[in-house]
Design a protein around this ligand. Structure first.
Ligand code: FEO
Ligand code: CA
Ligand code: CA
Length: 663
């Protein structure tokens, strides 16, 4: 890693991977059947949207708990003919499937939005259009698997690919952001955040975005949000804009996320350090905290035009980012909530499951080399009779961090003020301090330093929990441990965790390394794919993942490239049970320069939504690769028109002639 990183490289270095809890399949299935479009529309227009769907959600929750408790161990195998690994300007899907672009950066979202014109973008235009770098996708059924809300994270922006006026990448060290005007910064800010789309499947089986939907929403870096939980109102969150420390504008670098059983969207702030600049004195009270989070990251020059992103001028603003945000997508006027009880770090995602005792459990990765895996368990049980009662359930509970012991067991270490070292002697004077400096608190507890924890996913059919460790080239031989078994871990691995008796709130767990990734034909790599895996079927750098309604595990990767693995990123189907365990097959791959995000299947398993992020970047490790710009991208997917840059897009994959994916 050099000190001259593209945002994508930097993200690969330190970003988190997301989880896709809406892949809680049984839940989705039943929501699909039970939640009618009419009820949800009423919900969207009502002040108290959550109350509208009480009875159906109650059924959904009860059924889901049953499935989790049963721990049925049967998952069908994947059935499709895999594609050839490789990389070119186009995307590819398995034979017999169609991969159709659903929406691209710049396409209209809100009423009155203009058609995309790369030469005529401005902040107001972008604020009504689909944002950049789609990442997490969550599907909330309105009418089963044929009509629903698709929520989308817009993680970050690639100015060098977006703006025709730029000669190339902008950064602090080499060009001092000299071409990044206030206008361009404001476009970037409007291209961040999230989108809520109503999507529908037509009689021809094709998906489209419903124009003029009352649910349509854009969330940006300026959308006002509420801060809730133990850090709300704390002095360390107070700014000149918000002297009470309870409201904040925007969410940043939202990577992965999840849907909750009560119908909300959890969207996770990851590399928030990159948005801040300025330098605090070493003696500043926040200096140690900011150092641990990599603040200032100086990836953007927003601080040049907006004082709140300059930590010298507004030293508490950076404490207001790095949280899990909860949004009710059915109410476009709802105020997003930053739920501080779940801690402040570089959240990849928020995999969730309703525990057998009814409490809500959220597994989270902190995507940084040598950072941690966390778990949050709510104090209250999910209220199945009155979903509205769950509105603030994420504000009270116990956050813990994982320690993986060499004997294959592990401990959840509670991050609770006053317990163990989390006391005033170590600078923790309240639970607010613990959640604001979550990483430092976890350091003191002796958590296990992992190889960049990205997405986590819990499988309600088996109660197994999968953790994607994407890579860590900096781990030395002396730093190898049982759960991070390779030095210079370039290709990552997957850890499987098993709670005792299916109790996701227990203090302990068992774990094993399920898969070491990379090219199995190179002995030195030490990959452990099942020998039945083909030359196309292996992958490196697992990042996002999804468990589908049948309990099968799909892996999305970030960082494969011709120079590293001879292949683009994509979606791999990974067998987890029985003799086929560890067998992997390639289902879909992205065009040049892109990363694979957002894997999300509809409850009926007939549609696979995926997000193609930052197409057109160069192959960073190829010494002959030319820098990519608006005029010289490595692909012009999906439009392939002169003058039209590559555009991050959501793709809907369906089976030609209908039917379930890979069954
Ligand atoms: Fe944004 Fe860790 O992936
Ligand atoms: Ca990533
Ligand atoms: Ca990710």
């Amino acid at each position: 890693m050099t000190d001259h990183l593209s945002k994508s490289q930097a993200a690969e270095e330190s970003e988190n991977a997301g989880s896709n809890p809406s892949a809680n399949p049984t839940m989705g299935d039943i929501i699909a059947q039970r939640l009618g479009r009419r009820d949800l529309l009423k919900g969207a227009l009502a002040v108290t949207a959550l109350g509208m769907t009480a009875a159906p959600l109650a059924l959904a929750l009860a059924a889901s708990s049953q499935v989790a408790a049963q721990g049925s161990n049967t998952t069908p195998s994947f059935n499709f003919t895999e594609i050839e690994a490789g990389s070119d300007e186009r995307h590819h899907v398995a034979e017999g499937y169609d991969a159709d672009v659903l929406i691209r950066w710049g396409d209209p979202v809100l009423p009155g939005a203009r058609a995309f014109d790369p030469q005529a973008q401005n902040p107001a235009t972008q604020a009504r259009q689909f944002g950049y770098n789609n990442d997490y996708l969550g599907y909330l059924p309105l009418d089963g698997s044929r009509r629903g809300l698709l929520v989308v994270n817009h993680e970050y922006t690639n100015e060098e690919l977006m703006f025709p006026s730029l000669p190339g990448r902008q950064d602090l060290r080499t060009v001092r952001f000299k071409d990044m005007t206030r206008e361009l910064v404001d476009i970037e800010m409007m291209a961040h955040g999230g989108s809520v789309l109503e999507v529908a499947r037509g009689a021809d089986g094709k998906w489209s975005v419903v124009a003029g939907s009352p649910f349509a929403r854009r969330i940006t870096a300026e959308t006002e949000m509420e801060i809730t939980g133990p850090a709300a109102g704390h002095d360390r969150l107070k700014t000149s804009y918000d002297p009470a420390g309870r409201k904040v504008r925007g969410m940043l670098n939202n990577c992965a996320g999840a849907m909750t059983p009560w119908g909300t969207w959890l969207t996770c702030e990851e590399n928030v350090n990159g948005y801040f600049w300025g330098q605090l004195a070493d003696t500043h009270p926040e200096a140690r905290n900011y150092r641990r989070m990599g603040i200032p990251g100086n990836w953007y020059n927003w601080g040049q035009h907006h004082e709140r992103f300059d930590i010298v001028k507004e030293p508490n603003e950076a404490n207001r980012f790095g949280w899990v945000v909860e949004i009710d997508p059915r109410d476009p006027n709802s105020v997003p909530k930053k739920r501080t009880a779940m801690g402040r770090f570089k959240h990849e995602g928020a995999a969730n499951i309703v525990n057998r005792d009814g409490r809500f459990v959220v597994y989270q990765g902190d995507d940084e080399r040598f950072d941690y895996v966390y778990r949050f368990v709510t104090a209250a049980a999910v209220n199945t009779a009155t979903p509205a009662a769950n509105r603030d359930i994420l504000d009270a509970g116990t956050l813990s961090v994982a320690r993986y012991d060499a004997d294959g067991t592990g401990q959840w270490l509670p991050l609770v003020f006053g317990q163990g070292p989390l006391t005033p002697a170590n600078g923790f004077n309240s639970q607010a301090d613990v959640v604001i400096e979550c990483r430092r608190a976890a350091d003191l507890l002796g958590a296990t330093k992992m190889d960049r924890p990205e997405d986590v996913e819990a499988n309600p059919k088996t109660n197994k929990v999968y953790v994607m460790l994407t890579n860590n080239s900096r781990r030395t031989a002396a730093q190898v441990d049982a759960v991070n078994p390779r030095a210079e871990n370039r290709f990552g691995h997957i850890v499987e965790m098993t709670p005792p008796d299916g109790d996701h709130a227990a203090a302990t767990f068992r774990w094993e390394v399920m898969l070491r990734c990379g090219d199995p034909s190179i002995a030195a790599v030490g990959a452990t794919f099942n020998p039945n895996t083909s030359k196309d079927g292996w992958f490196g750098m697992p990042d996002n993942c999804a468990v589908d309604a049948a309990g099968r595990l799909w892996i999305a990767t970030d960082g494969n490239a011709p120079s590293k693995t001879g292949r683009a990123d994509g979606i791999w189907a990974l067998e987890t049970e029985g003799p086929a365990r560890g067998t992997s097959k390639l289902f879909y791959r992205v065009p040049n320069g892109a990363e694979m995000c957002g894997p999300e299947l509809t409850p009926d398993l007939e549609t696979f939504f995926v997000a193609v992020q930052h197409p057109g970047e160069p192959d960073e490790d190829d010494p002959n690769a030319k820098p990519a710009t608006f005029n010289t991208p490595s692909t012009r997917w999906p439009d392939f028109k002169d003058g039209m840059p590559p555009r991050p897009s959501v793709v809907a994959i369906t089976r030609r002639g209908g039917g379930k994916i890979a069954m």
